[in-house]
Design a protein around this ligand. Structure first.
Ligand SMILES: NC(=O)c1ccc[n+]([C@@H]2O[C@H](COP(=O)([O-])OP(=O)(O)OC[C@H]3O[C@@H](n4cnc5c(N)ncnc54)[C@H](OP(=O)(O)O)[C@@H]3O)[C@@H](O)[C@H]2O)c1
Length: 436
């Protein structure tokens, strides 16, 4: 039996995710009604172009093209922002909070850029922002970090949180595809946007890492405090050499507290991980996040990091939460989204972070080349763990792959720049971290 009136929802955006939310709210309406005690009703939907042909039919009686209609309708309790982008979405979310309308969003770019301001406004207005869909699509990682692991100091979060990059790297390693070919395939299959820049340059993953790091360490982290590298320079050769050496290449988001110094490492980079590590088995468009807490130990979350149904599952979970918890804030309970609780740790400059490294150079095939490279590495006390040079290369230029010992990132970067400047080196060296 329903004890509360229907929850009236204003849906901004009826694209991939918005249409999924509408479709699945309808599909599981009874279930949600039983579980939340309220009927979750979409009252208005705003799109740019109502005449567009869509897989999920747009209910004509609910459509508008004016986002302010959601703000100005007093019956709407919740605004679901699924339009993407950071400008209009920011205005919409701000206006909704000012009207004390609950916000649900899947917009990681918006939160990474304006999270500090929006969460402060949410707290001031005692009106929550829910954002489960903003990180790793269908994987419930936000609630996990905020609620299930609340009694833990988070020691580290390591994630494969961009499905497009993971698909491209998997196809290069296992299908033998070149980078451009794998990217083209990802586009054809709808895994990559027509403009995949934010995916392949690492910033989509970085936006998610900013959110996870901020939740884990208690303070909203500015985007310029984190180090981001994409997968553009990774070549089929590198995925194949990594394979020979017992590794696989992944775009990894690494968030780690160094308890000795109190510093927090936050970075997104293509990295080699040993094939026997659990994250190495995460393939294709799937995402996975490994969270270590000081009480719980190691926990792993795996699933679809994007896509209509998985992402709408997260949005609907936020809607159900909002339906069940409505009113708690007025009584002093409940959470408005993210309240800074004092940074424990300070961001660590990437130059000081330490790991092993993979280095590939394309060099003249003549005696003495390896000695020149080894001399430059030796001067900086960077140890060489192993070297491979395949015999089946062309006559003049040969790839040389070196695995380097633990060293600070800044020292390795400067030394590799010097190696790249040697006369015998024909292309910009490719190098990546090896995560241990
Ligand atoms: N796609 C995923 O798998 C996924 C996963 C996790 C999070 N997200 C996030 O979810 C959000 C939505 O993603 P999406 O893939 O659903 O995007 P999308 O397919 O491009 O859909 C965007 C929707 O917003 C509407 N829209 C855009 N600007 C508008 C404006 N100024 N006024 C009115 N309507 C406007 C569009 O209208 P028209 O239809 O008329 O063009 C469209 O319906 C993004 O923030 C994204 O980062 C997406």
């Amino acid at each position: 039996m329903l004890t509360h009136p229907p929850l009236q929802i204003g849906l901004a955006g009826f694209g991939n995710v918005g249409a999924g939310v509408y479709k699945n709210l309808f599909k599981n309406r009874e279930l949600l009604r039983e579980r939340t005690g309220r009927d979750l009703q979409v009252r208005k939907i705003v799109v740019r172009d109502p005449s567009k042909v869509r897989d999920v039919p747009l209910p004509a009686d609910l459509v508008s093209t004016d986002l302010d209609d959601l703000i100005n309708d007093p019956e709407i309790e919740i605004v679901v922002e699924l339009i993407g982008g950071t400008e209009r979405a920011f205005e919409l979310v701000k206006s909704a909070l000012l009207q004390k309308k609950i916000v649900v969003t899947g917009n990681k770019a918006l939160l990474a850029e304006h999270g500090r301001e929006l969460f402060a406004l949410a707290e001031q207005q005692k009106t929550p922002i829910y954002f489960e869909a903003a990180v790793a699509g269908g994987i419930p990682i936000i609630k996990t970090v905020q609620e299930s692991l609340i009694g833990n100091h988070i020691e580290s979060v390591t994630g494969i949180i961009n499905g497009t990059c993971n698909y491209i790297l998997t196809r290069m390693a296992e299908g033998g595809l070149g980078y451009e070919e794998a990217l083209g395939e990802a586009k054809d299959l709808g895994y990559a946007e027509a403009d995949p820049t934010l995916d392949i340059n690492g910033w989509d993953a970085a936006h998610k890492a900013i959110i996870l790091a901020s939740l884990s360490y208690g303070c909203w982290l500015p985007a310029d405090e984190i180090f981001v590298e994409g997968i553009e320079k990774v070549r089929r050769k590198d995925t194949q050499f990594a394979d020979k050496l017992g590794y696989t290449v992944k775009l990894l988001a690494v968030i780690q507290l160094h308890t000795d110094s109190g510093a927090i490492e936050v970075r997104v980079q293509p990295s080699l991980i040993s094939k026997d590590q659990i994250l190495a088995s995460v393939k294709g468009v799937y995402n996975a996040i490994l969270v270590c807490g000081d009480v719980v130990g190691e926990t792993l979350f795996y699933g679809s990091g994007a896509g209509q149904d998985p992402t709408s599952s997260s949005v609907i979970s936020d809607l159900a939460d909002a339906a069940s918890r409505r009113g708690q804030l007025e009584t002093g309970n409940g959470r408005t989204g993210f309240v800074p609780h004092g940074l424990y740790g300070r961001p660590m400059p990437v130059e000081d972070t330490i790991s092993k490294y993979y280095l590939r150079v394309e060099a003249d095939d003549r005696p003495g080349v390896l000695a020149q490279i080894a001399t430059l590495l030796g001067k900086q006390e960077i140890g060489i763990l192993s070297v491979i040079q395949p015999e089946d290369h062309d006559e003049e230029v040969a790839p040389i792959v070196l695995m380097l010992h633990y060293a600070p990132f800044g020292v390795v970067r400067d030394t590799i720049a010097k190696i790249g400047a040697l006369d015998c080196i024909r292309e910009e060296p490719v190098w990546m971290r090896v995560e241990g």
